[in-house]
Design a protein around this ligand. Structure first.
Ligand code: NAD
Ligand code: UDX
Length: 464
């Protein structure tokens, strides 16, 4: 008889750790779930009314379980000690130094989490990698745990990558396409896989919970993100051809997406994909291929990132060229800074690149995003290398979109927030300088309506 899991802890209270554990707590009232992080501000925010992560529906879920069977704490050691099963959900950013800089995953948070678990743990523990990591990381975690176990604990390491997307995290967790669990095929490994599967089976049909060996599970996560990002780069490459030929990328996307072998999702052309995962995970895949002496495979996937970078730069060039080859001193209203709608996350947002390059051309930016605050925008632009002086004199963060367009030469849409689709465009036209240019980097604005108001409109992937 397997002893069922009663207590869970999660190391890392970020965009994945917080929401996934809230969902498990809500679906499994018999489990005690503790999310531990050494960042006291983050933990305080999870324990407040202002959650550190904005996701539609998340606040309600957290409110329904917090203090009952969901707890957020900085007492990491205690959380590890009392847990039967430990999710590791710490960041795995791209390494910025040393060997593999700019491509490899930086595994220092994973390693320090494993060392801490080894130091504190007693009895039998199941360790679940939820962070996205390079294939074979489970072996490294297992060796660290075994070599450093201070209290004779035994460990089973599982891989359980997370596939939620930001902005739709709640529905993705509520009804995932699949739950993937990788583990060892010996009896202890199979028992651990069964215990984790049983947790998810509380609300997810068994046929959607799939099990594989550890390495397939680890690799599948990188490959899923690489395939998704590849679709976006593919359609974005075609967006340029559409603009050159008079075709319409949305029509092309619809036509090819109706082929059931291609499918209709992830064919929306954009100013470029962003987010904390796609670029990082592809670069990680590229690095792995290089490490396994597969340069052709590495080069193939590198192109997905290359096209994405090109798409962002091309958008800026289009703006500069259209505004009579200079944006120096011109006010450009920027609608949207998050990397996609329905999130406050700006990591790797295309808006950072576009705004940075426009600022380096000495444009004056009036930026409006319904969920991203001023501090986050300024920190991102500073991190992207915008000189402090330009930040102070050329960036104005607005809390109202109409304020942003006042006296602007151009409006650039960089995030597809729903509210942008149905604004008072007559009022916007009146507020802007003429000719009033619109650069729709998401092709979400009603172009014909805008033209009727008198705007000069460029939409990504739309020929004249
Ligand atoms: P994040 O940066 O939002 O959160 C990570 C948290 O881990 C931070 O709060 C940090 O303080 C904490 N942390 C680091 N070391 C710790 C330790 N030893 N003990 C306790 N806490 C520690 O990152 P995220 O977006 O939640 O991503 C986490 C992982 O999940 C990454 O590997 C990422 O690739 C993967 N992932 C992310 C998404 C997403 O949409 N963001 C989706 C799927 C998978
Ligand atoms: C992604 C994966 O979808 C998810 O499965 C994984 O767990 C984490 O990485 P996320 O980055 O949160 O999720 O959002 P996603 O919806 O994939 O969008 C990523 C970027 O691609 C955004 O900038 C989005 O605007 C862009 N995108 C998406 C497009 O430009 N076109 C599309 O058709 C779809």
């Amino acid at each position: 008889m397997l002893t069922p899991i009663k207590t869970i802890c999660c190391l890392g209270a970020g965009y994945v750790g917080g929401p996934t554990m809230a969902m498990i707590a809500a679906k499994c009232p018999h489990l005690q779930v503790t999310v531990a992080d050494y960042n006291p501000q983050r933990i305080a925010a999870w324990n407040s009314d202002e959650l550190p992560v904005y996701e539609p529906g998340l606040k309600e879920i957290v409110a329904s379980v917090i203090g009952k069977n969901l707890f957020f704490t900085t007492e990491i050691r205690e959380a590890i000690r009392t847990a039967d099963l430990i999710f590791v959900c710490v960041g795995t950013p791209t390494k910025s130094y040393g060997i593999g800089a700019g491509r490899a995953a930086d595994l220092r948070y994973i390693e320090s989490a494993a060392r801490l678990i080894a130091e504190v743990a007693e009895g039998n523990k199941i360790i679940v990698e939820k962070s996205t990591i390079p294939v074979k990381t489970a072996t490294a975690i297992q060796s660290i745990l075994e070599a450093n176990s201070m209290h004779g604990a035994t460990f089973q390491v599982l891989s359980n990558p997370e596939f939620l997307a930001e902005g739709t995290a709640v529905e993705d967790m509520e009804s995932p396409d699949r739950i993937l669990i990788g583990g060892q095929s010996d009896p202890a490994g199979l028992a651990a896989v069964k215990k984790l599967s049983d947790i998810y089976a509380a609300w997810i049909p068994r046929e959607r919970i799939i099990t594989t060996n550890l390495w397939s599970s680890e690799l599948s996560k990188l490959v899923a993100n690489a395939f998704l990002a590849q679709r976006i780069s593919s359609i974005n490459s075609i967006s340029a051809l559409c603009e050159a030929t008079g075709a319409d990328v949305d029509e092309v996307g619809r036509a090819i997406g109706m082929d059931s072998r291609i499918g209709k999702k992830f064919l929306k052309a954009s100013v470029g994909f962003g987010g904390s995962c796609f670029q990082k995970d592809i670069l990680n895949l590229v690095y792995l291929c290089e490490a396994f002496h597969l340069p052709e495979v590495a080069e193939y996937w590198r192109q997905v990132v290359h096209i994405n970078d090109w798409q962002k730069s091309r958008f800026v060039e289009k703006i500069v060229r259209t505004l009579f080859n200079t944006v120096n001193g011109k006010r450009i209203a920027v609608f949207g800074f998050a990397f996609k709608k329905d999130t406050n996350d700006t990591r790797e947002s295309a808006a950072i690149h576009v705004c940075r390059n426009l600022l380096l051309e000495h444009a004056k930016l009036a930026i409006y995003d319904p969920r991203v605050d001023e501090e986050a925008i300024l920190t991102d632009l500073q991190g992207a290398g915008v000189p402090q002086e330009l930040l102070e004199t050329h960036v104005h963060i607005c809390t109202d979109p109409y304020q942003a367009v006042e006296g602007a030469h151009a409006l650039a849409t960089l995030t597809e927030w729903d509210e942008f689709r149905s604004m008072d465009f007559a009022r916007i036209f009146d507020l802007m300088l003429k000719p009033a240019f619109v650069f729709d980097g998401r092709a979400v604005l009603p172009a014909e309506e805008l033209k009727a108001h008198g705007f000069d409109v460029f939409s990504i992937g739309k020929g004249i």
